[in-house]
Design a binder for this molecule. Structure first.
Ligand SMILES: [Zn+2]
Length: 436
């Protein structure tokens, strides 16, 4: 475990530059090509390459013959030379992935967040899951794990590695999440806001110009926006960029719901899964016999009379099952369910137009735990509403799509924070958590 720490911390600027160049060249690069591309001296490249080979991050992959010159040895990334663990901590679920150096997922697990658990219980569950995941993955030796990235709902204090009083995770105020997990696992841990991690994962897998300028609309228990401009993930002054919940998307007279901020029609309340499900239950759209309780499975949300118990909706698992049931009703053609989702799609579209105008992005990726059940049903309507909106002033089309990384996107993004520290020459990213 020590070795991983040192790899990241000591590697430094030149190593990050060289390693990143090698990663982006699947065919591999020679030392001469690396010197040319990096601007480093041949001697420096040679020294860095030697260290990367010794550390098992890079391997020599054959010779390249160039005319009459001496054959050049090709250097390639050894994707199995190191691994990163990503954890997505959400009020309703905890997702874990292990990625190799190329960002490819080699192991994954999703579990429900223990209901009404204390932070210590959640930390225990995270530690146990990571231990079990590693035990089940013989191809991932523990001493090749470079670190753990955690993606969590904001606001976060990234400097201190703390989640700051998250409204959806009661009891988490000032829990030293990052340092405590680093102490338990013996590897560096980095904490990132969930929307930023999701955007980082999308950036990592983007090809061509798709990664240049885009926003990631995150639809979880709350909403958020991850932002990538000029191929760079934006974090803001306190790493809490993207709190868009109070963007007004609907007038009070046109169905805008009052918000605790004093306005009405804020994106957060309009799209709140809890609010939508409550309204659907009140209108009798869901919660009937065979309703949300059935979808939740054994021990799920069945009320005494077979309808979803409104009080139980505070439980993330019940809420998720009820939301899924609402999506099923839409698919079955229930007009009341379709009206609810239609309004939801319009509200999301109104917000996306604002974001596209504000940021001048030509692509918005949608994802997050609650997007998965509804994305398929809403994407067409959202896309149409954005395209035809009179408020869309950007002179270029804005493509709307669902995240290609699916359910794992935020956990993968968390792992990418560890990989970024390895590849990125930006000094700030070389500062992984102390405490390991
Ligand atoms: Zn508000």
């Amino acid at each position: 475990m020590r070795r991983g720490t040192n790899l990241v911390a000591v590697g430094g600027f030149n190593q990050a530059v060289v390693l990143d160049l090698i990663r982006r060249a699947p065919e591999g690069l020679s030392r001469v090509e690396l010197a040319h591309a990096s601007g480093l001296s041949p001697q420096t490249v040679s020294n860095v390459a030697r260290r990367l080979i010794d550390d098992g991050l890079v391997l020599e992959a054959g010779k390249q013959v160039n005319g009459r010159g001496k054959p050049r040895t090709i250097l390639q990334l050894d994707a199995q030379g190191g691994f990163a663990i990503g954890v997505h901590l959400d009020p309703s679920l905890i997702a874990f992935v292990i990625t190799d150096l190329d960002g490819a997922v080699v192991a994954r697990r999703i579990q429900r967040t223990p209901v009404a658990a204390s932070p210590t219980q959640v930390l225990d569950a995270m530690q146990t899951s990571i231990d079990e995941l590693l035990a089940d993955s013989p191809e991932v030796p523990r001493d090749r794990v470079l670190g753990v990235g955690i993606a969590a709902p904001g606001p976060i204090d990234r400097e201190r590695g703390v989640i700051v009083n998250p409204p959806l995770l009661p009891g988490w105020d000032a829990v030293p999440l990052r340092d405590e997990l680093a102490r338990r696992l013996g590897v560096p841990v980095v904490l990132e806001k969930d929307v930023t991690a999701a955007a980082a994962a999308e950036l990592w897998s983007a090809t061509g110009h798709d990664g240049d300028d885009f926003a990631f609309f995150y639809y979880g228990s709350g909403v958020g926006l991850g932002i990538v401009l000029d191929h760079t993930v934006l974090r803001g002054a306190s790493a809490n960029v993207g709190d868009v919940g109070h963007t007004v998307v609907r007038a009070a007279g046109a169905g805008g719901v009052p918000c605790q901020c004093g306005m009405a029609g804020c994106l957060g309340v309009q799209t709140s899964p809890l609010r939508l499900v409550r309204q659907a239950a009140e209108e009798g759209v869901i919660g009937g016999p065979g309703g949300a309780g059935g979808a939740a499975g054994p021990g799920g949300a069945d009320g005494v009379d077979g309808r979803a118990d409104l009080d139980d909706l505070e439980d993330p698992e019940t809420l998720f099952a009820a939301f899924r049931e609402l999506a099923d009703r839409v698919e079955q053609g229930d007009p009341r369910a379709q009206a609810l989702f239609g309004a939801l799609a319009d509200d999301v579209a109104t917000a996306l137009v604002r974001f596209a105008d504000l940021l001048d992005v030509d692509r918005i990726v949608c994802g997050g735990p609650f997007w998965e059940p509804v994305g398929r049903l809403m994407l067409g309507r959202v896309e149409r509403a954005v395209r035809t909106s009179p408020a869309l002033v950007t002179p270029h089309p804005v493509r709307i799509g669902s995240s290609a990384a699916g359910d794992d996107v935020t956990a993968i993004g968390a792992a990418c924070q560890v990989l970024d520290a390895l590849y990125s020459p930006r000094p700030a990213n070389l500062l992984l958590a102390a405490g390991a």
